[in-house]
Design a protein around this ligand. Sequence first.
Ligand SMILES: [Zn+2]
Length: 260
Amino acid sequence: MKNNLKEFRFFETYETASWLEHAVTSPDTFIELPWEDDDVRKSLCKYSKVSVLEQYIFSMLAVEKRISYRKNIYDLMPDDIAEFKSIFSEYGIELRNENSFNPFGDEYDEYDHFYLWFEYQEDSFVHLWEQITEEVFHLLFSNRGFLLDFNKSLSTYIENNSDIVPANYRNDNGKIKRASNLPAWVKKAVFFRDQGRCVFCHKDLSGLLSTDRVIHYDHMVPLNRWGVNDPSNIQLLCEECNLKKGGNHLSTSTRYKEWW
Ligand SMILES: [Zn+2]
């Protein structure tokens, strides 16, 4: 059996999540995704285990880090390198041998070479960003308020750039077609995240407490409103609430039950 357990280390996880909560309200930030890649464009249309949200987190992180390391080229000190070395070792990420890293020859000045060190070790940084992305994704996927903001901005971006949707996945009106079925792994994840309850009325949909359960997997941002077939856009509803919401409303609920 595949062991799916991950160990979290929470390096920059919360600050990245909090930064993205603000950034995501701007649809323009979606320009950072590598839309020239067919797989990225298809992931809008058919449920992909590498979700659009995960790709967004990684792209934003990579762009932001590259800019900030370059901008602060003279601010970052040897301490930063030492700190990164310990983070890399904690995550089990290997670094390139530094024997050939001597950017200044005899004029070697350890106080201003962070950016050069970053460029030399860039592959390892990319690995680190992938790890951070997994952790941030785990955190944000359980935050439906964030997911709604994410899908709202994404839908606005798609409406303004509808040619990023591959032609064979589009309806006559240009919007994304409904996928033929919702994969079992999406249902399982959403059911677990929403704790087997309708997110609006908290009706139990587990089948343990009632026999009349009808489960609806709902698009927070409907396809009709330029929504996507991505796990981040799906929530659990009971039949009554789904009928009330209809096919044209963008909504979720962030109410929760206290631990005790
Ligand atoms: Zn309900």
